[in-house]
Design a binder for this molecule. Sequence first.
Ligand SMILES: Nc1ncnc2c1ncn2[C@@H]1O[C@H](COP(=O)(O)OP(=O)(O)OP(=O)(O)O)[C@@H](O)[C@H]1O
Ligand SMILES: [Mg+2]
Length: 397
Amino acid sequence: MRVVLFTGKGGVGKTTVASATALKIAASGKKTLLMSTDPAHSLADAFGVELGPDPLEIAPGLWAEQIDPQQRLEENWKDIQQHAVAVMNWAGLAEVEAEELSVIPGLDELFSLADVKRHYDEDPYDVLIVDCGPTGETLRLLSLPDIIQWYMERIFPIERRVMGALRPVARRLTSLPLPDEGVYSAVKRFYDKFDGVRQVLTDAETTSVRLVVNPERMVIAEAKRTYTYLNLFGYRVDAVVVNRLLPPEVSDPYFARWKEIQAEHLQTIEESFAPLPILTARLRDQELTGNELLADLGAEVYGDADPAAVLYTGEAMRVDKRGESYVLSLQLPFARKEELELSRKEDELFVRVGPYRRTIMLPGVLSMREVGSATLEGDRIEIVFQRGGGPKVEERD
Ligand SMILES: Nc1ncnc2c1ncn2[C@@H]1O[C@H](COP(=O)(O)OP(=O)(O)OP(=O)(O)O)[C@@H](O)[C@H]1O
Ligand SMILES: [Mg+2]
């Protein structure tokens, strides 16, 4: 199954472009599912239909679903939540407060990602189109599997071992509710689910992210930042869609200056995101709702290109041997040197750009070496791993 995610600043036309893409793919004969991670019922509005948690066929070969986040939350989080509530009750919080507090913000959206994985495993569709929320939320959402993985791998085994040894004693000493095996297996299931999600979403042949922008300064700035972070997390962006370009036939002098500004922004977009394909869509004279207008938009955006294809196959991360050293190269466009922080602990490398962090597990050849230097080469950060100061061992390739 192919997965294509659409994201961009609020209101730029993500839902519209995702819907147009899904329609065009379905029309080409591929069985397509369109889903949204956005709790607002925007897909239903775009197509003018009622949608529920079960996929509904809204055009030939195209199904759409609107997830019920609350229901998904109950299914996946209940056991863990019950324990959290018990602990908070013990600490003196009222039941209602405890229940509110035990729901981590963003958790409900996270379960829409679990749905991506479920569809991937069940595999009844050729293509899954995901209409994501605005960029900030999407990034938080896409970084969650990473964060969960990090905590789970470190904290879970330790806590489990300690609790296993201490539970009989601890039960006698305190009335604090202790997690039982049920909680642990719920945590484990939760973790396994998101480990799989991350694998699907960062697989270059399966998943692509498309950034939707308008020819406006703030929108472009946000898209550039998003692009950096997506690369940092290992997601592959394969195209940028510029929506709401004033069409050539608009000749009213009132818009003349706007057209100049848009042309400048379009050039910035091309310079900023090259070599990604830049796709375009005109500002229409009405809202883009209903199958006919959306299909028309799909034709404009993709032309003869296949919207289900991977439109750009660049490498976000690479490891090369250079002389005696290895070079780990990460594509991090727009990363500025002063924002970049590197640190390392054993076989893990921590790369930080602004508030976002990525943990890279170093392959064996790199973890044996020391970080020699890190330089920005165009849009790539190159980290050189040199042989350490220990005894020199003759190396064979
Ligand atoms: N090229 C266009 N021409 C005319 N109207 C458009 C165009 N693109 C989108 N619209 C309209 O703009 C509105 C917002 O679009 P849409 O809902 O797709 O944005 P969004 O990025 O998904 O917003 P949100 O961030 O709220 O999810 C809709 O009413 C849509 O029909
Ligand atoms: Mg939307």
